[in-house]
Write a protein that binds this ligand. Structure first.
Ligand SMILES: Cc1cc2nc3c(=O)[nH]c(=O)nc-3n(C[C@H](O)[C@H](O)[C@H](O)COP(=O)(O)OP(=O)(O)OC[C@H]3O[C@@H](n4cnc5c(N)ncnc54)[C@H](O)[C@@H]3O)c2cc1C
Length: 592
């Protein structure tokens, strides 16, 4: 069975030597001294590796079962959920006013990676609740906040998000679920939602569904969509769950992975709902949840890659096959371990360099979110808004690829369920699809985010890269291996941006044919920037005589690998973008 060990040391490096969190001016960050964050991460490491990781395979093999309208979660999930709740993990970065611990989002992100890596299906129950609570926090009335938030922050009640309908996924304007206003100010919600994660289960005493629906007579399409709070059990005057509302689970889906999470068809039959935010402004309110969820899903890509890599590494050191072509390494054994072979090394280095770069990118992104939320920093908000589709799309595509590479290290054994490696690829696969399929993330990046606020945020990103290169121009240790490749990759990104500016208006297909490549090009530049910055931090530690030399030298070598072997992908993506729409659109639909 696969194991999981939380990467606390690497997280501490990112938090304190790269981001220098306790020295920033973000409110709440001064408390994030190394001793404090270490204690939090160690505790999160314990519960995730000792309690959640052993349940990962159980969740995969048992799955969820629907019986008489009730969903049974896998053996051990309820007890583990109680333990997670009691430990206060569900409200780590939620406001203290509502029972949370009030820590910055960056800490929720670091611990969140551990939870997701140890057991993605399990973690989704609390993850969706967190997103729903954030939407209520941002758009709810005082009464709604008081009614729902304390119970959702503690996960005594869980939450869901209900967008998808059988005929409407990406194109939410096609939505049919309707919300009819009632005299008492509530609404009657009727319709069917499908694929609703954590839609029904018994682990919490109530489930608070956030449901998108249309009020009859409102504007056509997406502009007519509003968001509603629909509790599974009506809430009594004293705040306890009361009568059953008109919402039920009709079916749970058989699916490729995340078997431990119930994916439900939810039927709303004149269920009582309460408007969240303003009428017809549902997408705005839902975007609070979706943006948070997209970043959380990006993290799932990183987390599954980390969990799979840890096991591939153990296997590569253990499994004996063939001999090192440069000389025997294990003379007492019948063969050398897999890790001597350059092609296995390539695969492990691909995984390791992605994971550490992605972790830095995620935590840096979380810091931008804290900057935006805790300081009202509009520039940080714009930057993270630009990069959200990159975090979601690039990290989940690459994360999935890395789980496949980890599986490949096991050869045929990777394909056999007993070893548990296929679960990582199956669980990672969904992250490329939900929260807006990755093709749609690319569309959002090129079609909307690039030009947002007159292109101000993409220019700020370019400046950030340019300034780092300029400020470190005299650093000989960084120049050839880090700064020069970053400069080239950034030029590729700018050239791609220029192509879209010149061609996007006159031939939208030219821009959209290159959007997926652009998302990956952008992702590589982000990780390239993170690696250059991490190399600088590692070099400084070595120059200062750090005792743990091996850690920093490993960091530098891993970074050099990324810059030499992964970052050149930007040239390929640029070439594809520059080829425009013709190669993509050459065939008529009938010619396929
Ligand atoms: C396990 C699971 C859990 C889920 N959980 C939830 C949940 O909790 N709540 C919820 O509301 N939904 C949930 N979903 C639904 C999920 O978010 C949707 O499946 C997803 O957004 C895609 O919608 P769709 O399946 O209808 O695909 P479609 O919208 O039909 O898209 C099909 C393909 O076409 C592409 N495409 C669509 N439009 C365009 C376009 N304009 N340009 C280019 N390409 C396009 C897409 O990228 C995709 O590859 C879940 C789905 C699954 C499988």
């Amino acid at each position: 069975m696969p194991s999981y060990t939380a990467p606390t040391k690497d997280m501490q490096f990112v938090l304190h030597e790269l981001l220098k969190v306790s020295q920033t001016d973000i409110p709440g960050y001064a408390d994030l001294e190394a001793d404090f964050t270490s204690a939090v991460l160690e505790e999160a490491g314990k519960i995730t590796s000792e309690v959640l990781a052993p349940l990962n395979v159980v969740g995969d093999t048992e799955g969820c079962v629907l019986e008489n309208g009730v969903v049974r979660t896998p053996t051990g999930f309820q007890e583990a959920f109680d333990q997670v709740r009691e430990g206060g993990w569900t409200g780590l970065d939620m406001p203290e006013d509502f029972g949370g611990q009030g820590l910055p989002y960056v800490m929720g992100t670091a611990t969140g990676e551990m939870f997701s890596a140890a057991n993605q299906a399990f973690t989704m129950y609390q993850g969706l609740t967190h997103g729903a609570a954030s939407a209520i926090l941002a758009h709810g009335s005082d009464e709604q906040k008081a009614t729902y938030l304390p119970k959702m922050v503690s996960c005594e009640w869980t939450g869901t998000m209900n967008l998808t309908e059988p005929h409407c996924g990406t194109d939410l304007g096609l939505m049919r679920t309707k919300a009819v206003p009632q005299d008492d100010g509530s609404y009657k919600i009727s319709g069917q939602k499908i694929f609703i994660s954590a839609g029904e289960h018994e682990m919490s005493s109530n489930i608070i569904h956030l449901v998108l629906a249309k009020i009859p007579g409102g504007p056509e399409g997406i502009k007519g969509v509003s968001l509603f709070i629909v509790p599974k059990f009506m809430v009594n005057e004293d705040g306890t769950p009361g009568a059953r509302n008109g919402v039920s689970c009709g079916k749970i889906e058989e699916k490729m992975g995340i078997h431990g999470n119930s994916t439900c068809v939810m039927n709303y039959d004149e269920a009582t709902g309460y408007l969240l935010g303003e009428e017809h402004k549902g997408m705005r309110a839902m975007f609070t949840m979706m943006n948070e969820a997209r970043i959380g899903v990006g993290m799932q890509g990183l987390a599954q890659a980390e969990a799979a890599y840890q096991n591939a590494l153990i296997y590569a050191k253990d499994r004996l096959q063939g001999r090192d072509v440069t000389g025997v390494k294990n003379p007492d054994g019948p063969a050398d371990p897999l890790i001597v072979h350059p092609d296995i090394r390539r695969s492990l280095m691909d995984q390791k360099s992605f994971i550490e770069g992605a972790r830095a990118f995620m935590l840096w992104g979380a810091m931008m979110i804290d900057r935006a939320h805790r300081m009202g920093d509009k520039d940080a908000d714009g930057l993270i808004s630009l990069l959200t589709p990159v975090i979601k799309g690039f990290l989940t595509d690459e994360g999935y690829d890395m789980t496949v590479q980890a599986q490949q290290v096991y050869g045929g054994h990777g394909y056999i369920e007993e070893w548990g490696m296929s679960q990582f690829t199956r669980d990672a696969r969904i992250a490329m699809i939900y929260e807006g399929a990755n093709g749609v993330q690319a569309l959002d990046l090129v079609g909307r985010k690039l030009a947002q606020d007159g292109g101000k945020h993409v220019m700020a990103f370019f400046d950030m890269v340019k300034n780092f290169i300029k400020d470190n121009a005299d650093n000989e240790a960084l120049k050839a291996n880090f700064l020069d490749p970053l400069k080239q990759a950034s030029k590729d990104l700018q050239a791609a941006g220029m192509f879209f500016m010149q061609n996007g208006m006159k031939n939208p297909n030219a821009a959209l044919s290159g959007s997926y490549d652009f998302m990956h090009l952008f992702g590589h530049v982000c990780l390239g920037l993170m690696w250059a910055q991490m190399a600088k931090a590692a070099q400084e530690a070595l120059d200062a005589g750090a005792s743990d030399k091996a850690f920093y030298e490993t960091k530098l070598a891993t970074g050099r690998y990324y810059m030499a072997r992964r970052l050149p992908a930007t040239a390929m993506h640029l070439a594809r973008i520059n080829s425009g729409a013709d190669p993509v659109m050459a065939l008529d639909a009938g010619q396929f």
